[in-house]
Design a protein around this ligand. Structure first.
Ligand SMILES: [Zn+2]
Length: 707
């Protein structure tokens, strides 16, 4: 996509844009070249971030540049181009999706299940094409949702679902929210003025798991698998919801290419492999690993079979769901000669991997109590091996899931395990019932503390609402010490469980009163491990306020909301005085979250918890590092430090400026607002003294400004 030289230039351009004073956005003549620069730079960083997953710019700097471009476009609407990086923005609700015909029908592929199927197919292809050996190209068969993209005169003009193969739904607005799909690409360079691309929209396995964790925490219905959730997301009517699902698109084929004179220009690219390289160079996410990657081009079927075996072996470790390998004749002319039946092309075939499903008996169901009291039914399965792993239990999520899948205790069920995604119950097999099965009875009381369960009408999860429920208390302690919250490394999940069982740890504040003498005598503990534990507990007293807020475990308050709250108040207890209306004025806080926060701070047990943590010495104040950086005291101001500072370290000083919205540069120029002078300043001071507009201040004066 970018040569090293180009990348260097773009990186330099980024630095220049960041360190130059913003222009007057009303000044069109000045804005024109800046818009071009911003386009280039943002497009480049999008590619580094989304396609390579190797960003070279800080988020805040990216946001600054993005915002800069937006401000210019607002002031100068005629400078807004359809492929501007700012146009990758979710639009509001759309009508039903109109149906659009595909330029070339999207046929399905013939299927093979074993190497001999591939050998038979190879024989028929060789006969058809009158060749002794065929050059094939292979790619993983992504298990997602198929799409077709049309680019005309370098611009993305349409994105559609596969639909019935002949026509699909126009989902252009939703497609535009996928950052891996370039809004424009230089096909003109290859002499093409219209192309249709084929691809698959997928979700990274890890992102999918996180998505479901978040949904579970909110009591929302879980997504069954990455494929369905990608397909579902693409058809969301509200395109801002599409963005939430973190979709990516792999482009694996150029289905159609035309220039102004002739329709079929694929021949000019000679092979499928070459067209993929072109797409890679234009910034698309493709199965290739580099711009010249041709490791997927193979001579003859035996080489293909060997490569397929390697893929099958690494399938689980691959970060995206794949369910097979697609094998294509590489040469476009040969593809054309082979042609297609009414169902599928004769020049391609899909080898399907072994099914990752197995049947087993659901022996019993246990009900687990989570941190928020949510009751999760878990199926105890007769242990079964699915794709190399022994599975003996699987989540049943909630009562609706059990009802939807018609699951009974004693049923034969189908388990699916794809990659390292958590095992999933696909369905029950009611035909196998012998009369011994029993309907699942959802408990009406908590299996741990026996208090009555409750379920608000709009939710699908039953909850134990007893704050003192031991299962919840234990889960809350585990959450409090976890990596995302107070991060007490010496106090892992298993240790908490043991201490809880031994009654060394009954409530969160007990963490700060652990009986270390007693712990030292426990099995597996010694002086060293106790010191380690004591140190990590002590260190956690000084954690940032937002981590404490996460640790409190307020329902629906995750990292983002916690940071926002910590930026809003200077002291945790202030939140107790906020009402729902005030909370809802904060960005990203809706009525549900606001109600949960208010409920938490009006609960006496919560207030006692906070009081106890405070008296144990846990920090409840906002730290400087948590202050909001946008719109701060130094917004738009540029600082430079020279000479040796006495009070502050150089990077502390820098952070103080940045935290307040200012910027620190390394050279004197007319754009500089403040030169902060320490001891033994060098030439920078002399240079700055010649420029009237620069204010020269001492470190003490700087510190005064900050206070
Ligand atoms: Zn309970």
């Amino acid at each position: 996509m970018y040569s090293e030289q180009q990348q260097k230039q773009l990186q330099q351009l980024t630095t220049n844009l960041l360190s130059t004073q913003a222009i007057n956005v009303q000044d069109k003549l000045a804005a024109l070249p800046v818009v071009d620069d911003l386009h280039q730079v943002l497009k480049y960083h999008d590619w580094r971030y989304y396609v390579l997953a190797e960003p070279t710019i800080k988020d805040v700097d990216y946001d600054y540049l993005f915002d800069y471009l937006k401000r210019i476009e607002t002031a100068q609407p005629d400078l807004l181009k359809p492929d501007s990086p700012t146009q990758r923005v979710a639009r509001g609700l759309s009508e039903d999706f109109p149906t659009v015909p595909h330029t070339v029908p999207m046929l399905s592929l013939a299927k093979a299940y074993k190497p001999d199927d591939l050998r038979d197919w190879d024989t028929s292809v060789k006969k058809l094409l009158e060749e002794d050996e065929i050059e094939y190209i292979i790619e993983p068969k992504f298990d997602g949702a198929s799409i077709a993209l049309v680019y005309e005169n370098n611009l993305l003009i349409r994105g559609a679902t596969r639909g019935n193969g002949a026509e699909g739904d126009d989902i252009t607005n939703n497609i535009k929210t996928l950052a891996t799909i370039p809004l424009s690409a230089n096909f003109a360079k290859a002499g093409l003025h219209k192309v249709e691309l084929r691809g698959e929209v997928v979700i990274h396995k890890k992102k999918f798991e996180q998505l479901n964790k978040d949904r579970a925490a909110k009591g929302e219905k879980l997504l069954s698998n990455p494929r369905n959730s990608a397909a579902g997301a693409l058809r969301q009517k509200d395109s801002s919801k599409v963005a939430e699902r973190k979709l990516e698109a792999f482009i694996y084929q150029m289905g159609y290419a035309a220039n102004n004179k002739a329709e079929n220009q694929l021949y000019n690219l000679a092979t499928h492999g070459k067209s993929m390289q072109l797409l890679y160079q234009q910034g698309f996410k493709t199965p290739l690993t580099s711009a010249n990657d041709n490791s997927n081009v193979l001579q003859g079927m035996e080489a293909v079979i060997e490569a397929c075996n390697k893929w099958q072996a690494k399938r689980d470790a691959y970060p995206y769901e794949i369910d097979g390998i697609v094998i294509k004749v590489n040469n476009y002319k040969l593809q054309d000669i082979a042609g297609a039946t009414s169902h599928h092309p004769r020049w391609a075939i899909a080898l399907k991997f072994d099914a990752q499903q197995a049947m087993t008996i659901l022996e019993d169901i246990t009900f687990q109590v989570g941190r928020t009291g949510a009751i999760t039914p878990v199926a105890n399965l007769k242990t079964v091996n699915v794709a190399g792993a022994n599975i003996s239990n699987a989540s049943l999520h909630n009562a609706d899931f059990i009802k939807d899948k018609d699951i009974q205790v004693g049923d034969t069920v189908v388990i699916e395990r794809a990659g390292d995604v958590i095992p999933y119950i696909v369905r029950s097999i009611p035909e196998k019932r012998d009369g011994s099965q029993k309907p699942v009875e959802f408990p009406s009381n908590c299996p741990v503390c026996e208090s009555a369960l409750e379920k608000p009408e709009e939710e699908i999860v039953w909850r134990c609402v007893n704050m003192e429920c031991p299962a919840q208390v234990e889960a809350r302690i585990i959450h409090f010490v976890s990596k995302n919250a107070m991060d007490i490394a010496g106090l892992g999940k298993d240790i908490v469980k043991r201490f809880f069982k031994d009654k060394l740890l009954q409530r969160i504040p007990d963490i700060y009163q652990l009986p270390y003498d007693q712990i030292q005598t426990l099995d597996g503990w010694g002086e060293k491990s106790v010191v380690k534990l004591r140190d990590s507990v002590a260190a956690s007293k000084d954690q940032e306020l937002n981590r404490l807020i996460i640790g409190l475990g307020i329902r629906d308050v995750g990292g983002t909301t916690a940071k926002l709250l910590a930026q809003t108040v200077t002291e945790l207890e202030e939140l107790a005085n906020w009402n729902e209306e005030q909370l809802m004025e904060l960005p990203d806080v809706g009525p549900k979250v606001a109600a949960n926060i208010c409920q938490f701070f009006s609960n006496e047990q919560s207030l006692r918890l906070i009081k106890d943590l405070k008296s144990a010495g846990v920090n409840t104040h906002r730290k400087e590092s948590e202050a909001a950086s946008e719109g701060g005291q130094f917004q738009g101001l540029i600082f430079l430090f020279t000479g040796a500072l006495q009070e502050l370290k150089r990077n502390e000083a820098k952070k103080m400026v940045e935290d307040r919205g200012g910027k620190v540069v390394s050279a004197v120029s007319k754009k500089l607002n403040y030169l902060v002078v320490g001891e033994a300043p060098g030439s920078k001071l002399k240079k700055a003294q010649k420029i009237e507009t620069i204010k020269i201040i001492s470190e003490a004066e700087f510190l005064e400004m900050v206070d």
